[in-house]
Structures are given as C-alpha cells and as structure tokens.
Design a protein around this ligand. Structure first.
Ligand code: HAS
Ligand code: CU
Length: 562
C-alpha cells in the first residue's frame, strides 16, 4: 500500500515540513547565486556590499538551519511511522511544526528587515546581520534570537513525538529489537538534545537579555564556546539523516540489501558518544582556551572519523551487493550495472562521492597546526558545501524524488529533468568547492563582500585567482540552476493529479546481517547517553569553569594550568 493511504496523517505532516523546507531552499539558493556573483566580481548590481552580510546571513540560516531542520523533521516523521508501523502522535508533532514555523518567520523577518533600511521595532533596529553562526559580539534584533529559540524548542518537541511512538511500540513489542530506522532517529535525537543545551543556554541566558538591553555585556569567549559546543554536533544532525537514507534506502534502490545492521548501529552509537566533545576544533585560534583542551578536541575529532569510514565501507559494500544481484561483475565493472538513471539513486551516490572529498578536507581542518593555514579562508565554505551542501542537501533532494510520490500518492513528473538534476549539482559543486578550497589555500578570506584588499595580490599555487573566481561563479550558477530544476519537478509533482500505480514503495528487504546479530547492549540508550555526558564533562568542564570564574558576563578567562 502507498504510504499516504496507510498513514494519511503522518503524510500530511511530512508534506507540511517539506513545503517549508523547499521554500527555504528556493530563497536560500537565490541569495547564494547573488553572493557568488557579487564576491567574485562578476556581477555586483543586485546588492550593495553593505547588504551582502544580510544576504549571507539569510543564505546560511535558510539553508543550513531552516531547510535542514524542516526536511529532517519530515524525513524522521516518515521513518518512525514506516518502521514502527504507526501514525505519529499528532498533537505533539503539529505543536512542534507550528513552533518551528513561528520561529522561522520571526528570524526571517529580523534578517530581511535589514535589507529594507532596518526600521525600529520595539525600540531596536530590525536587523540580524550576524551570519548563521550568530555568536557575540555581533548583535541581532531580539526577534532573531527568540525565533532561533523557538526553532530549537520546536525541534525538541518534534523529537518527543518519536519517543512517544517508540514507547507505545515498545509496550506492544517488549522483546523485539528497535527497528533500524527508529534506532537511528532516536540516537540522532539524543545527540541533538545533549548538544542543543549549549545553544539554548547561549540564546536564552545571554543573547536575548543582551539584545533587549537587560544586560550590558556578554563574554564573547563563553558565548562562542557555548555556540561551538552545539556547532559541531549540529553538522552530524545534518549528516546522520543522510546516513539513514544511505543505509536504509540506498541499498534497496541499488537492487540489494544492507550489508550489516549491527555495523550501522555501532556507527550511530559512536556519533552519540563523540559528536559533542570536539567543538573546540572550531576555536583553535581563540585565545583563552588552554592548548591541552584543544588537543583533546583534536584527538576526539580524529576518532570521530571512524563512524564515517565505517559508513563508507558498509554503504559501498551494500551497493556493490546490489550491483552484483543485477549481474554486475569485475573489480569495478559492477559500477556499470547500477541504476544511474534513477535520480534518487544517482543523487545519493554522487552525494556520497563528494562527501568522501568533504571528509578529507574535514580531516585537514581538524589538525590543530594545519588549521591555522585554512581557518577563516574560503577553504572552509569549500569544505561545508561538500558536506552539508552536498552530502546532506543532494541526498535530501535525491530522496525527495522517491519519497514525495509516496507522501502525495502522485507520480514523479518531468522525470528527464529529475534524472539530469543530480549531475548538474555535482558538476556545479565540483567546480565551486574545488576552486573555493584552492582559493582558501591562497589566503582568500571567507565572509567578505570585498575579498580584494588594497595593494595585496593573492596568488594561487596552481592557476590564477581570476580563474578560481570564474569557476566559483560558474559553479554557483549551475547549483542555482540545479536547485530550480529540483523545485520545478517538486512543484509539478505536487500539483499533478493522482492516478496509476506508483513505481516506488516503502517496503524494505532484510539486511544481509540483521539486528539479531548485533549485541543487545547497542540498544541501551541510558548507557551511551551516560558515557557521552562523561566525555563532555572531561572535554568542557575545566575550560568552562575557568571562563565562569571571573563572572558570567565578564569577557576573558584567567589562564588555568593544564
Ligand atoms: Fe566540518 C567546519 C572538521 C564533517 C560542516 N564543517 C565546518 C563548517 C561546517 C561544517 C558548516 O576540525 C563551518 C562552520 C563555520 O561556519 O565556521 N568536519 C570536520 C571533520 C569532519 C567534518 C573532521 N563538517 C562535516 C560534516 C558537515 C560539516 C558532515 C555537515 C554536514 N569542519 C571540521 C573542522 C572545521 C569544520 C575542524 C572548522 C574549520 C575552521 O577552522 O573554521 C568528519 O566528520 C568527516 C568524516 C568523513 C569522512 C568521509 C567518509 C566517506 C564517506 C563516503 C561514502 C561513499 C559513498 C558513495 C556512499 C572520513 C562516508 C560511493 C560512490 C561511488 C561512486 C563508489
Ligand atoms: Cu566541527
């Protein structure tokens, strides 16, 4: 049976989450192309350099925070309903949706207010040019922070709906293993609860009172630390849903079965344990944090490569198994027998391939010494357009070609456009991110409308700066075209009439090695959460204590012995 007929209420919820996600994707992509053309100097007529930061904030917030969070909420709602075979608790899930939507509107109004000359609202200028990492000392209108807080609280409540479903399922199936999709979703949400505490404290205790004028100053180091405590795990909040797709849906699309359910569980548990005590790798250059604790963060980060390397193995093994089922042969010849004309499949594979490159640039970021070379340069946006901008975003778009027909009951329209779309994205991103990485090595800074400093000539090791700029602009243009292609296919599919049998369904073949082979201890959430908290106390306890020692709003921190 089609998902929409089996679970009509959850389907409606997923559709609503996706609509918000796709609108955010469209506006965010538009801001993206304006920026790419502006900072590469190809066309500067759309905005002034002063407004560039408003657009950059809008681009980051709409794509990295709104598109991701709403899409994930929709995907997870589908995943829980599908794997636990029940509708999601409606009241909880809709409360979450409306809270998140209200938060999004508040934040968007605050950001866009800046474009229209920052009118005064409630005694504060309506603007929020604080970029998507929004930490002090840059200050936004209180509406932006209240919006951010509502999005976070909304996501907590969305998570509650998954737990409620799990508890209800558990009472009916006391001895069964938690189905894999729900296991992954619950693990992701536990990590999310632990990590969002940091940003919630930052926003509610410091940024909201500060933006309202209730406190006169904040400690930038403390608020940055609270932000990055959350800022690294959030990237896994984006990655883990993509992994959910690669582990549970991609093998089926390849014509095969998941290689190992136990290995998949191990990977998600490792993320729960290690995602948070690494945030200092975003603060290697911050003064006031002892080097020893930066070193601990670096070591943890290197261990954190393991779950992704395991994933590369398991996912490729599952896809290869599928290819061989379809008659594929040879060391690499099997690649040819895969369904490269299925956009859901090709999109996920191209996303995975790009993530391999993004993962390697991540390893370079993570090295304490080599980070000084690339920190705050264009290398970093190069890195995250491969990770969140492709591993997540391309997977999300690809799987929409498979999922949206099931939550609407309508056939995918404009199939030929859909088939081409992941390839256009891939080529655009290859051009843009490669040139961004190289530009970063040449020292070109990130986050500026005017990357050409007076009397300073950047020189590339290979090629010229002008050629890199051109590649960034052409790549950005292709990415914008790909986003429009995706949205056009979605809009037409959404508006089409129902009719005929769908060629996709949400039934899954059993893994080659199933849950029965995985130790029960893997499902012991209390244990893993407890260990995760202990690791956090070790990594963050002493530095945070030092920052707080001289008062919670006093900038700086006295040196502590390591
Ligand atoms: Fe990162 C900065 C380190 C992963 C996102 N990262 C960022 C920022 C963002 C971001 C948004 O240590 C910028 C924040 C800001 O604005 O300042 N990152 C890492 C490391 C990893 C990593 C070690 N990042 C991600 C993911 C992200 C993301 C995932 C989003 C989704 N990152 C850093 C560091 C910084 C940083 C520093 C700070 C830089 C600075 O100085 O500011 C690792 O998790 C990566 C592990 C991944 C791998 C790859 C495994 C390969 C796989 C592919 C399988 C292939 C398939 C297909 C399925 C080891 C899984 C096969 C296809 C065939 C055709 C066969
Ligand atoms: Cu990080």
């Amino acid at each position: 049976m089609v998902f929409v007929d089996e679970y009509p209420k959850t389907s409606k919820l997923v559709r609503s989450e996706f609509v918000v996600a796709f609108v955010a994707l469209g506006i965010g992509a538009l801001f993206g192309i304006v920026q790419a053309l502006h900072r590469t100097g190809l066309f500067r007529g759309f905005v002034s350099s002063a407004d560039y930061y408003t657009l950059l904030t809008g681009h980051g917030v709409l794509l990295a925070l709104v598109f991701t969070t709403f899409f994930i909420a929709g995907l997870f709602a589908w995943g829980v309903a599908n794997s636990l075979e029940r509708e999601l608790p409606q009241r909880t899930a809709w409360t979450a949706f409306w809270l998140m939507l209200t938060g999004t509107v508040l934040a968007a109004v605050a950001i866009l207010g800046g474009v229209f000359g920052a009118p005064s609202v409630f005694g504060h200028d309506l603007e929020a040019d604080v970029l998507f990492t929004f930490y002090a000392p840059m200050k936004a209108h209180p509406a932006f922070y209240v919006g951010a807080a509502l999005i976070i609280v909304g996501s907590w409540i969305a998570g509650l709906a998954y737990f409620q479903s799990l508890w209800a399922w558990r009472s009916e199936h006391p001895d069964e293993r938690i189905p894999l999709k729900t296991f992954m979703i619950v693990t992701t949400m536990l990590m999310w609860y632990i990590s969002t505490i940091g940003v919630a404290v930052e926003v509610v205790v410091f940024l909201i009172p500060w933006s309202l004028g209730l406190i006169s100053q904040v400690d930038p180091l403390l608020t940055r630390t609270l932000f990055w405590y959350f800022g690294h795990p959030v990237v896994y909040f984006w990655l883990m849903p993509a992994y959910l797709v690669w582990y549970t849906i991609l093998p089926k699309l390849a014509g095969g079965r998941l290689f190992s359910d136990p290995l998949a569980r191990v990977v998600f548990v490792l993320f729960l344990l290690l995602s948070t005590p690494v945030g200092f790798h975003h603060q290697y250059v911050d003064p006031g944090i002892p080097e020893g604790f930066k070193f601990i963060a670096m070591t943890n980060t290197m261990f954190l490569l393991l779950p992704s390397l395991l994933t590369a193995f398991t996912v490729v093994a599952s896809v290869e198994h599928g290819a061989r089922q379809r008659g594929g042969e040879g060391y690499f010849g099997w690649l040819r027998s895969l369904p490269w004309d299925d956009p859901a499949f090709s999109g996920c594979m191209l996303a995975g391939l790009m993530f391999a490159a993004g993962g390697f640039s991540g390893m370079i970021n993570a090295g304490m010494n080599i980070n000084y070379l690339i920190h705050n340069t264009l290398w970093v946006p190069g890195h995250f357009h491969l990770t969140v901008g492709t591993a997540f975003a391309l997977t999300a778009m690809a799987i929409s070609y498979w999922l949206v027909p099931q939550i609407t009951g309508k056939k995918l329209q404009r199939r030929s456009v859909a088939i081409a779309q992941p390839y256009v994205w891939f080529v655009g991103m290859a051009l843009m991110s490669n040139a961004m990485h190289r530009a970063g090595l040449a020292g070109i800074p990130r986050r500026t409308a005017e990357p050409t400093y007076d009397e300073f000539a950047f020189e590339g090791l290979v090629g010229t700066v002008a050629e890199m700029r051109l590649q960034i602009a052409i790549g950005g243009l292709l990415l914008f075209v790909a986003a429009v292609m995706f949205l056009a296919v979605m809009a037409e599919t959404w508006l089409a009439h129902r009719g005929g049998r769908l060629s996709v369904n949400s039934d899954f073949p059993a893994p080659l090695s199933g849950a029965e082979h995985s130790p029960r201890i893997l499902d012991n959430y209390k244990l893993w959460t407890a260990i995760a908290l202990v690791l956090i106390v070790i990594a963050y306890g002493p530095p945070l204590a030092a920052m707080l020692a001289d008062g919670i709003t006093v900038p700086g921190s006295p040196p502590i012995p390591v």
